[in-house]
Design a protein around this ligand. Structure first.
Ligand SMILES: [Zn+2]
Length: 82
């Protein structure tokens, strides 16, 4: 399941900072409001964390060089920014 990054329109938000990550099926509609503060949010990037390429150390380094945020899966429901 892909992880989507959302950023509040008034950034940074007092409650959710510069945004948050939300995981849902690609077929589901994007969030329109922050679940924490209710502010309108925009989806800013799409992360395909299940892509095998991103799990290889070399690719992570390349992804970081390219300016992507790399996440490590630490459990079924949690991701850790690297
Ligand atoms: Zn918020």
């Amino acid at each position: 399941m892909p992880v989507y990054r959302y950023a509040p329109v008034k950034c940074p938000c007092k409650l959710c900072g510069e945004g948050f990550d939300h995981r849902h099926e690609a077929s589901e509609p994007a969030l329109s409001a922050c679940p924490t503060c209710g502010q309108t949010v925009n989806r800013v990037t799409v992360q395909a964390v299940n892509t095998p390429k991103l799990l290889a150390p070399l690719s992570i380094a390349k992804a970081k060089q390219a300016g992507f945020t790399v996440f490590k899966r630490i459990s079924d429901t949690e991701l850790e920014r690297q």
